[in-house]
Design a protein around this ligand. Structure first.
Ligand code: ADP
Ligand code: ADP
Ligand code: MG
Length: 649
């Protein structure tokens, strides 16, 4: 076994790999960019090497510098994690050429699966069922249009170099093909440096079921059962689970056999995932699933497989890379119970899952769960920031219980106890999904989230009591901003300064004027100036409330929902409102890629106004309501976080 390894990654996956390495007595070297000098993975590793500037291209993707760091520290092997360099065959080769071990498959296996078109051609030859489509070289519109007609609409245009759901467009009618090709190519070119696409049949009621495989240098290949990742938004996984709901033994036998065949066909070694798409319009049927792609690395959702098999996949990766045989033969790998993983992202579910950034002023997870085993894989700590440079994933909550119902129940409960403040997060959305009737019934195709979007992303308005709690905390926070506990401050306040002056806090666009009066007995009366008259709530500071006070804000947690109030009005929203206009602001720094509306134009609610490219994805900004545009950002403009993109008159 290795004595020391370098981890060419960051965040939760780097932390996850360090944990196993430590357990096995292997020393670890972290690498980091300018943005990450104080990151959790750096703090946890035995050694850390700075490799460059914040943009990934200059640090986490700088293969040569990473290899140099490994040599300098005397590491014997490099674990690439996922994303970044994990599926880069040139990097794998360079690692080996430097006399180090790449903890992953051979470069040739990565290459064979690297481009979706070539991989599909190869799998067809190996006898693995493949989604019907055009996987050839031609890229001209006339050829692709003809192929799409032959395949039959609706079709899916997919970047051949794609990943993470990027560069993919559904096309329902021939007239829409040209536009879809343009967007998919642009997105693919920006994200992967390769704008080439393939066209395949769009499966209408699909489930994403994937099989975890493992190979070693001695010719053994096994599978570790399946994972269902059908709960997706924008073709990206949201909740993953194992086993797949409703899986039959015939279906499992067919799928795992196809996965092992795929792995053998390319001489696979290490951890890999063969992704299949199943047409479930008629239930799960062994003759209705097709190879989609193979991810030649560890996967974000690997913990659900670890929980149902009781195995440590990173340990297996290390053993295989060190030349050992697979620890277990196929018949000794067993499945037990049900595991579910939820990915907590900094993103705004209600606004099309737009990624968000910010400092995690509050980040607390529950310690355990009833009737389930809870695992929290996080790559950040309280006080760390979600920066625009990298993936906005904050943590993964994984639960393992005796059955699916218990697992989902435990997951929803764990989400309700999670407290995150400082950025917008998707925990409320995840909790609603975990309690969604259709999802609970196991009736999950990849369109479920989109169909139920409104219900899953609706945030209930806070009630009077919640607003009063926020007002009371805000009062303490503004009086004594440095106080560690706002309620200590407010208690002192009540003693010395009753009654208080009128003040205002803000919730989104809503101004909430109120007064707080100390009653002299430790209680406070918060009088809210509501539209339908005044309402007074009497509160004891800190009682029956979970909240976080952070610079300029108060966040109140109610189950998995949270309400963030602003203490003052930093963006001048109130002035804007007074001026009779409203505006759309950039949720993160980005580039205005396309402008679809103009000043003085009347637009309808939901109409696309512009496309913002940020975090390597295109985000369509739509009109929040009907209105007339007064001002709109210019195409090609580089905008900062909070900059006005569109102003309505
Ligand atoms: P896929 O979506 O291709 O099935 P996964 O769900 O396993 O693959 O996600 C892998 C993606 O995770 C990468 O393509 C990358 O965008 C993202 N990623 C890479 N590194 C990290 C990290 N340290 N933390 C969170 N996400 C990451
Ligand atoms: P990526 O590399 O981005 O993960 P995939 O080819 O794995 O790309 O596809 C990502 C997701 O897109 C799938 O999980 C599935 O939900 C959806 N998808 C892919 N191919 C099809 C298809 N032919 N029909 C319907 N949905 C598809
Ligand atoms: Mg995929």
């Amino acid at each position: 076994m290795f004595r020391k390894i370098l981890i060419a990654n960051r965040g939760e996956i780097a932390v996850r790999i360090i944990r196993t390495a430590r357990r096995l007595g292997i020393a670890t070297v972290a690498v980091y960019s300018d943005a990450d000098s104080r990151a959790m993975h750096v703090a946890m590793a035995d050694e850390a090497v700075h490799v460059g500037a914040a943009p990934a291209a200059e640090s986490y993707l700088a293969g040569e510098r990473i290899i140099a760091a490994a040599r300098k520290c005397g590491a014997e092997a490099i674990h690439p994690g996922y994303g970044f360099l994990s599926e880069n065959p040139e990097f794998a080769e360079a690692v080996e050429a430097a006399g180090l071990v790449f903890i992953g498959p051979p470069a040739a296996a990565i290459r064979a699966m690297g481009l979706k078109d070539a991989a599909k051609r190869l799998m067809e030859k190996a006898g693995v069922p493949v989604v019907p489509g055009y996987h050839g070289e031609a890229q001209e519109l006339v050829v692709l249009a003809r192929k799409a007609r032959e395949i039959g609409y609706p079709v899916l245009v997919k970047a051949r170099a794609g990943g993470g759901g990027k560069g993919m467009r559904r096309v329902d009618r021939p007239e829409a093909l040209s536009d879809a090709l343009a967007t998919a190519r642009r997105e693919a070119k920006a994200a992967f440096g390769d704008g080439r696409v393939l066209v395949e049949k769009l499966i209408e009621t699909p489930r994403h079921i994937e099989v975890q495989v493992f190979g070693d240098r001695h010719g053994n290949v096994v599978h570790l059962f399946e994972r269902d990742c059908s709960a997706q938004r924008r073709h990206q996984k949201v909740i993953e689970e194992a086993p797949a709901p409703g899986m039959t033994s015939a279906m499992r036998a067919a799928m795992t056999e196809a996965a092992v065949t795929a792995a053998r066909a390319i001489g696979y070694q290490g951890a890999g995932t063969v992704e299949f798409i199943a047409d479930v319009s008629d239930g799960l049927r062994p003759d209705r699933f097709w190879f989609m792609e193979m991810n030649t690395r560890l996967q974000v959702e690997h913990p659900v497989t670890e929980m149902v098999t009781g195995l440590d996949l990173v340990e297996w990766q290390l053993r295989v890379a060190a030349g050992e045989a697979l620890p277990l033969a196929q018949e000794r790998i067993a499945l037990s119970g049900h595991a579910v993983e939820a990915r907590i992202y900094a993103e705004d579910a209600a606004r099309g899952f737009l990624p968000a950034t910010g400092t995690l002023h509050r980040l607390r997870f529950p310690d355990g769960a009833a009737k389930a085993h809870l695992r929290v894989d996080a790559g950040v700590r309280e006080g760390d920031a979600v920066s625009p440079h990298y993936d906005p994933m904050i943590a993964k909550l994984i639960v393992h219980a005796q059955d699916r119902a218990d697992a989902l129940d435990a997951l929803a409960a764990a989400l309700a106890q999670t407290e995150i403040a400082g950025t917008t997060v998707n925990t409320a959305f995840l909790a609603r999904l975990a309690r969604d009737e259709g999802f609970l019934a196991g009736d999950v195709d990849t369109g479920l989230i989109e169909r139920r979007q409104e219900a899953l992303t609706a945030t209930p308005a806070p009630d009077t009591r919640t607003i009063a709690q926020a007002a009371l905390a805000a009062c303490g926070a503004t009086w004594k901003p440095q106080a560690p506990d706002p309620f200590d401050a407010i208690s002192a306040y009540g003693h010395f300064r009753p009654p208080v002056h009128p003040r205002t806090i803000h919730l989104g666009e809503r101004a909430l004027p109120h007064t707080v009066t100390g009653l002299g007995d430790g209680r406070f009366a918060v009088c809210l100036d509501a539209a339908d008259g005044e309402k007074t709530v009497t509160l004891t500071p800190g009682e029956n409330v979970r909240l976080a006070v952070w610079p300029g804000h108060v966040t109140v947690f109610e189950g998995a929902d949270s309400h963030t109030f602003r203490l003052h009005d930093p963006l001048g929203l109130a002035e804007e409102e007074a001026a009779g206009g409203d505006s759309l602001r950039a949720p993160m720094p980005g580039l205005v890629k396309l402008v679809r509306a103009a000043a003085n134009k009347r637009v309808k609610k939901g109409e696309p106004l512009l496309v913002l490219e940020a975090m390597k994805m295109e985000h369509t900004i739509t009109a929040p309501h009907d209105g007339v545009i007064a001002e709109i950002a210019a195409e090609g403009a580089q905008v900062s976080d909070g900059a006005v993109l569109v102003r309505f008159s």
